[in-house]
Design a protein around this ligand. Sequence first.
Ligand code: NAD
Length: 327
Amino acid sequence: MKNKKSNLKNKTILVTGSAGFIGFHLSKRLLEEGVKIIGLDNFNNYYDPQLKESRNKILEKFDNFKLYRGDLTDLNFVKKIFQENKIDKVCHLAAQAGVRYSLINPYAYIQSNLVGFHHIIDEAKNAGIKDFIYASSSSVYGNNKKVPFSVDDRIDHPISLYAATKKSNELLAHTYHHLYDMNCTGLRFFTVYGPYGRPDMALFLFTKAILENQPIKVFNFGKMERDFTYIDDIIDGVVSSLEYSYPYEIFNLGNNQPVKLEDFIQHIENELNQKAQKEYLPIQPGDVPKTFADITSSKEKLNYQPTTPIKKGINKFMNWYKDYYKI
Ligand SMILES: NC(=O)c1ccc[n+]([C@@H]2O[C@H](COP(=O)([O-])OP(=O)(O)OC[C@H]3O[C@@H](n4cnc5c(N)ncnc54)[C@H](O)[C@@H]3O)[C@@H](O)[C@H]2O)c1
């Protein structure tokens, strides 16, 4: 984590998805610096809402935090937040996340990621807010063969509805930048992990299953690679994006060091001192076999430099997991 404080101290920032994994860590980091955070979340049950409540409880301890509990798709609710607060910048992280679930419940993605996204960016525009940072995803690269994935690569062939909504967000942001002179930065996150991480993602699923002596699902028969990126490194990148507020940018926030799925499992086994029972399965529709971020422009323009090796990051996650679930 950077020791340097950001230049955001006297700002008021709307963080949507503040009870989510990344929104919680971002809000906490900024609250500790004295930044005023307006949080927005609907605490939906895509995964255990209790985990969202636990994160939110930590944020509620800060006097400079104010939560709005409600849904992005409720336009009056969104309008009210902008009317009641003098917001300087928006960091829009709330979304229906997850690739696989987009095949099960496509409606949730259209509602939260398209309708909801538009409500936030349009109301930000109406309120005269210039700086708009939002979450995109490494999934926009689809089945691109050239690695590492560069922000200059074409991304015209999304292979999941989730990816299609994230690419759409980038298009909408460009339009708002062009028409209304808003500063819009999209952040393509690469498989974020760490304490308070998401229960639907591999590290959490594998840890839970191994500890409960249940089999883990190893997709693509183990031939997957992910550019796992530790949450503190991601937050450094998000904070820099909020500080710089470029007119229009897309950045990759990844670790630039893909890890083979079998090696990832091995690290977890070593950490838990317990072997996994592996169930090998084909690749899931919508999933990509490999992600790998080219972070050249993020380094140049955001001073972004991930520093957490996978072993250390997994160790930090395990310490949190065992403490939180009293294992
Ligand atoms: N975690 C990752 O590895 C990763 C990778 C790529 C992109 N992203 C993107 O980053 C952002 C944050 O992801 P995360 O991992 O923190 O996910 P998360 O699911 O933990 O957080 C999202 C939060 O948004 C809230 N939310 C969802 N729909 C809402 C709605 N309609 N109204 C109000 N609140 C709503 C949820 O309750 C949740 O707390 C998302 O946009 C996600 O798509 C995450």
